[in-house]
Design a protein around this ligand. Structure first.
Ligand code: GDP
Length: 440
């Protein structure tokens, strides 16, 4: 995420490397490079200029304490300013009301339907809500099909009227349906167009007037940079929406939309979405995003994701097995499944400070685990529970079953043994230094 911007900012801070003090000249050079980095990331020039003027003001006349270098001081100033630019603190998301009504607006292809599914999934699994999703796109029957598939996938009800040509009536009827079925959140997916268009705007505005939404969210494809920001302005003038959703942050986005949108429409970014899977939706935290942009990683989010998957009972059992040196292939497989549930692998690794940058050219996809899984799946339960059982004969069978060659099976088994040995060593360490696999 935002790799190029991160790199350019890092290189801007190099102006201060080896400098004992902050002075007008080294500030000017750094600030100029920061501005260029922002403009290259498709941040509007005016926003970039004001941003760097503030950074310059803050840096000028700062006494550098002994403990920190001018470079560190500058990073801190930029970190604070980036956080502010993206909204400062996380925004509220209002789901009170019975039902709460959430209206989703945006251009076609921005990711509205996908987000509608993800939001329903989020509200169901994380907030204990009972959502109803509504297909109010009367122009594209495929949009109804798409939402139907997503709803089925996440186990949420959908409301649609295939023969209707009245989106306002659909929205109204959906709310009636929600009340009769005890659904406490209604999420209305509206029709989009490829570009801003008066008919579409009027339709969304009419739905808004008819259903009085609790929240209107504007969905933005973050790959589209400043265009997205301009579109946001047009929609906001008409709809006065409550917040923004940034989608496709898993792609090669430059950062312009994330950095400029709050400034331009003065509405917070509420969610960020990064992938096509239904569980890749996150609340947007400006401070954490600023840290990620500056290559500091986002350990807070990583720990939260781990905690969400953390099962105390299971962890205790696992700890016991590790202590007795009984960790087996089935345990390993279970651990892999847990990690996968946390989300997209490259994204997770990018949250570890320094790792995001190191991995930028490495293609880690979620299939990285597939080979290992195939090998373990080709073992019998007895073999998984007792790796010592696996002799040459069995290895050949496992190789065949998993489509690997025997060398790959041998290498994997060797790695597994080494891992077990490491775990054994951790067990022997004094309390608190080893033995625990997960945050607890
Ligand atoms: P809509 O026309 O606004 O409803 O957009 P869709 O939800 O149909 O999304 C358009 C395309 O973008 C689809 O192919 C989606 O699978 C894809 N998409 C949506 N959100 C994301 C995302 O966060 N990441 C990625 N990589 N693709 C996405």
């Amino acid at each position: 995420m935002f790799n190029s911007l991160s790199e350019k900012l890092e290189s801007a801070f190099k102006n201060l490397k080896g400098e004992a003090r902050i002075n007008d000249l080294n500030i000017a050079n750094t600030v100029k490079d920061i501005r260029r980095a922002l403009v290259d990331a498709d941040v509007n020039y005016k926003i970039a200029k004001e941003f760097t003027d503030r950074v310059k003001d803050k840096a000028t006349g700062q006494k550098v304490l002994n403990a920190i270098s001018p470079g560190q001081l500058m990073v801190k100033i930029v970190q604070d300013e980036l956080t502010e630019l993206m909204g400062g603190t996380e925004a509220d998301f209002n789901i009170t009301g019975n039902p709460a009504v959430i209206l989703i607006a945006g251009l076609q292809g921005s990711g509205k339907t996908t987000f509608t599914g993800k939001l329903a999934n989020y509200l169901k699994t994380k907030k204990g809500k009972s959502p109803l999703v509504v297909a109010a796109d009367i122009y594209r029957p495929a949009a109804i099909d798409q939402l139907t598939i997503l709803a089925e996938q996440i186990g949420v009800d959908i409301y649609a009227e295939r023969e209707s040509n009245d989106a306002v009536a659909i929205a109204r009827n959906a709310i009636k349906e929600a009340k009769s079925k005890n659904k406490n959140v209604v999420i209305i997916d509206t029709a989009g167009r490829l570009a801003v268009d008066e008919v579409m705007m009027t339709e969304v505005a009419n739905i808004k007037a008819a259903v009085n939404p609790t929240e209107i969210l504007f969905v933005v494809d973050s790959m589209t940079g400043q265009d997205a920001v301009n579109t946001a302005k047009t929609f906001n003038d008409r709809l006065d929406f409550n917040g923004v959703v940034l989608t496709k942050l898993d792609g090669d986005t430059r950062g312009g939309a994330a950095l400029s949108i709050k400034y331009t429409v003065n509405k917070p970014i509420k969610f960020m979405s990064s992938g096509e899977k239904m569980d890749t939706l996150d609340v947007f935290y400006p401070d954490r995003m600023a840290q990620r942009i500056l290559g500091m990683g986002d350990i807070t989010s990583l720990v939260e994701k781990a905690q969400a998957q953390y099962d105390e009972e299971q962890a205790k059992k696992l700890e016991k097995k590790i202590r007795k040196n009984q960790f087996d292939f089935q345990d390993f497989l279970d651990q892999l499944q847990q990690i996968k549930k946390m989300g997209n692998l490259k994204d997770l690794m990018g949250m570890i400070p320094g790792v995001g940058k190191a991995m930028k050219d490495i293609d880690v996809d979620d299939n990285s685990f597939k080979g290992i899984e195939a090998m373990i799946h080709s073992m019998t339960p007895a073999e998984r529970g007792n790796p010592d059982l696996i002799d040459q004969q069995r290895k050949l069978r496992i190789a065949k079953g998993s489509g690997k060659d025997i060398n790959e099976i041998n290498a994997f088994m060797k790695q597994f043994e080494q891992m077990k040995k490491m775990m054994g060593m951790m067990n022997k360490m004094p309390m608190g230094m080893g033995g625990r696999m997960m945050p607890g």
